[in-house]
Ligand binder design. Structure first.
Ligand SMILES: [Zn+2]
Length: 308
């Protein structure tokens, strides 16, 4: 006997709903493949066209897609952007998962008053994989063992000697064309919140603001280490130095786990803590920008001389 039409329809609906749920409700009990990540981000953009847009903004040396998700409720293209990236270092897979968990958090709670306000004020540019070849090969560097996070320009490294890798050129182009006001680069392998400068012990012009935000984020995550990156160890050619030096972008490094890729059973707790830190970062950046804008209204010329 044929099942009644109603039952068949209901079964079909249920199966299709379960399929959608499986794609859109990410679980963090294991690491996700690049294919799963791209599928999740594309499906998200399809399901919430007024919130999310997914695009491929470049290719890695081995031909892997480099994807970018934009989350915003603002219709204006000049809305200030906050750029979050992960996995400059390919084996630091917890950093990619942390960023995916943040996307999941924002999209699931888009009507929460604070999240809705942030989505109205900013465009969130989210790049879960700066170095997809390293992620696929489970190596720190790129396909040839070169560290992308030493490939940016800096005082000791002019632009012509920097950006040897297509992966960092993709980031450079994004910084050039978008109105980015703040950024967090996610890493894993230690627990720390770090800020510019990386290349010199001298403190930056905005050290007090960096320190204020960095310490708040660290406290929210229960992380002990919050310092200028140089005092963690000295590096040349890092993303956060370049973003801050070249564009005055408020760029910090969030190191979200003691291991580059902790065991899967620790992943849920790792990403939950990272979400708390990321929300603290966004709320405190938002306050810092509000202070800057208030100062800007007060005195025009001074505001131009001082970024924050
Ligand atoms: Zn790293």
């Amino acid at each position: 006997m044929r099942p009644p039409f109603g039952l068949a329809f209901f079964t079909l609906l249920l199966v299709s709903l379960m399929h959608t749920q499986a794609l859109l409700a990410l679980q963090f009990q294991r690491y996700h493949s690049q294919e799963e990540i791209a599928t999740y981000l594309r499906d998200l953009a399809q399901r919430y066209p007024d919130l999310a847009r997914f695009e491929v903004i470049g290719r890695s040396q081995q031909g892997r897609d480099i994807g970018l998700l934009t989350l915003t409720k603002s219709k204006q293209l000049d809305t200030p952007a906050i750029y979050l990236n992960a996995t400059h270092h390919g084996n630091e897979k917890a950093s990619t998962e942390a960023l995916l968990a943040f996307v999941h958090h924002m999209s699931e709670r888009q009507s929460d008053p604070n999240i809705s306000r942030l989505l109205g004020r900013y465009r969130f540019l989210i790049q879960p994989l700066v170095n997809p070849d390293g992620h696929a090969l489970n190596t720190r560097g790129d396909a040839n063992g070169v560290d992308p996070n030493r490939d940016y320009a800096g005082p000791q490294k002019p632009e012509k000697d920097a950006f040897q890798l297509p992966e960092t050129r993709v980031v450079r182009e994004l910084l050039r064309k978008e109105n980015i006001v703040a950024s967090a680069a996610f890493h894993s392998g230690l627990e720390a919140i770090l800020w510019p400068w990386c290349h010199t012990p001298e403190s930056s012009q905005h050290d007090a603001v960096f320190r204020g935000i960095g310490e708040l984020v660290a406290r929210s995550m229960g992380v002990q280490r919050a310092k200028q990156s140089f005092y963690d160890y000295k590096t040349e050619g890092e993303f956060i130095d370049y973003a801050y030096m070249k564009y005055g972008i408020y760029a910090l490094t969030l190191e979200v786990a003691t291991e580059a890729s902790p065991p899967p059973e620790q992943l849920t707790a790792t990403v939950q803590r990272s979400i708390v830190g990321t929300m603290t970062f966004l709320n405190s950046i938002d306050k810092a920008l509000e202070r800057r804008d208030t100062t800007a209204t007060g005195s025009g010329t001074e505001a131009q001389a001082v970024l924050w």
